[in-house]
Design a protein around this ligand. Sequence first.
Ligand SMILES: CC(C)(COP(=O)(O)OP(=O)(O)OC[C@H]1O[C@@H](n2cnc3c(N)ncnc32)[C@H](O)[C@@H]1OP(=O)(O)O)[C@@H](O)C(=O)NCCC(=O)NCCS
Length: 162
Amino acid sequence: MLVTQIRLEHVESFHECLDTVAKENRFLAQTEALPLEIITSFVKDSIENDAIQYVALVNNQVVGWADIFPHWASTLAHRGNLGMGVHPAYRGQGIGEQRLRTCLKKARSKGISRIELETRADNFPSINLYKKLGFVTEVTKKNAMKFNETFFDSIQMSLIFE
Ligand SMILES: CC(C)(COP(=O)(O)OP(=O)(O)OC[C@H]1O[C@@H](n2cnc3c(N)ncnc32)[C@H](O)[C@@H]1OP(=O)(O)O)[C@@H](O)C(=O)NCCC(=O)NCCS
C-alpha cells in the first residue's frame, strides 16, 4: 500500500472508491459520488493548488482518500475541513490513520492551525480514529443528518495545533 498526493491518473478509481463508500449510505453526507467530470475538475484544481488531498493505492487503484481543504475566506483560512474514507474491503489495516497523519502534517506545514470535521454520532470507527489523533468533540448537533428518512445526531470535532 502506498500513500501519495492525488494525481490525475487516480481520478477514476478515486471516483469509484468514493462512490462505493457513499453508497453504503451510512457514513458520508453524500449517498453517491458526484459525476466523474466534476470530480476530475475538482482533482485538477487540487493538483494545481498543491492541495492536501492524499490517496492510498493498492495495485495503483485508490482504496482510500483523505483531504483537508482550507476555508476560502481570509479570516477563516486557518481552518481546514477534513474528509476521508476507506473502501470497505481495506478497513482496519491502518490505512485511514496513515493518510490522516500525512494530511495533518501537510496541513500544519501550510499554516492551517485548526482542523475540523463533522461525523455521524454513531460512526465509532471514525470517532475513535479522530480521538486517537487528538481531536476533541466540540458539539453534538441533534438530528443533523437524515438517512433513509431517519434522523441522526452528528458531532463536530476539532484539532488545534498550538
Ligand atoms: C473511519 C475510517 C476512515 C477508518 O479507516 P481505517 O483504515 O479502517 O482505520 P485504521 O485501520 O487506520 O484504524 C485507526 C484507528 O481507527 C479506529 N478504528 C478503526 N476501525 C475501527 C472499528 N471498526 N471500531 C472502532 N474503532 C476503529 C481505532 O482507533 C484505530 O486505532 P487502533 O487500531 O489502534 O485501535 C474507515 O472506517 C471508513 O472509511 N469509514 C467509512 C467512511 C467514514 O466514516 N468516513 C469518515 C466520515 S467523517
